[in-house]
Design a binder for this molecule. Structure first.
Ligand code: SF4
Length: 240
């Protein structure tokens, strides 16, 4: 059974510092008046058009096997291969900020307003991540309410196109989840439309199952190393 999700935009707004950091401006650097005004303009543009909407469907590890395998192009070291079979619960999901946000970013780039386009892009990307975190919390809360999980479990999301899970996994994920219902479509290059959308699998389980060393060959091309702070937090919890 599918569950829909929507969130007031105010609850998915990134911190100002996080936006500047995404723009490559470290927290200890003073922001110029021009950059500050671009930030304000981008935020004012975003507020009336961002609409976080999501969809998730629980499924068993066996049902997820075929989705994860996709077109058979996953890296043999993809950590998710060892994580999801040990999960207590799984759900595939998709979430979008809506067509208007992506259209506005594209329009700004087309009219060569690069600084404003890039600032709006940062705000939207971070908002999408925060909205996915809230969707994960909803999933965790529902599992707890139904007595299907433990309070010390973690729900972590993994997405096709990252960490060795080939992006072609999107095809089967979309065929099963049907995110067209909330306005997300997939093109032949597995790119989602609207662009500011996220999809993947929510994995619920104890901290141990989510731990791995990010030393895979594909990590050399990683631009975010987003698993590193997460791994530190999990390690801390396990050794506490
Ligand atoms: S370093 Fe990057 S590619 Fe490697 S596991 Fe972490 S997030 Fe994934």
């Amino acid at each position: 059974m599918s569950h829909t999700f929507s969130l007031p935009l105010e609850e998915a707004l990134p911190e100002r510092e996080a936006v500047f950091q995404d723009q490559g401006i470290p927290a200890d650097v003073e922001v110029s008046a021009r950059i500050e005004s671009i930030y304000t303009e981008a935020l004012e543009m975003f507020l009336p058009i961002g609409r976080p909407t999501g969809l998730w469907t629980p499924l068993s590890p066996t049902e997820f096997d075929g989705i994860f395998s996709g077109a058979g192009l996953n890296d043999p070291d993809a950590p998710l291969a060892k994580i999801y079979p040990r999960a207590a619960n799984l759900a595939i999901f998709a979430l979008t900020l809506g067509e208007e946000v992506s259209a506005r970013i594209e329009q700004l780039f087309s009219s060569q307003e690069f600084a404003l386009a890039s600032m709006l892009d940062s705000i939207a990307s971070l908002a999408a991540d925060l909205a996915v975190a809230r969707l994960s919390q909803d999933f965790a809360r529902q599992l707890l309410d139904e007595g299907l999980t433990q309070p010390n479990h973690h729900v972590i999301e993994y997405s096709p196109g990252y960490c060795g899970w080939h992006v072609s996994g999107q095809s089967k994920l979309f065929a099963c989840l049907k995110p067209e219902k909330i306005g997300i479509t997939l093109n032949s290059s597995y790119l989602m439309s609207p662009l500011k959308s996220v999809s993947g699998v929510l994995v619920d389980g104890p901290a141990e199952i989510h731990r791995f060393k990010p030393t895979f060959s594909f990590c050399r091309a990683c631009q975010t190393f987003s698993c590193v702070p997460r791994m530190r937090a999990l390690d801390k919890e396990i050794t506490a």
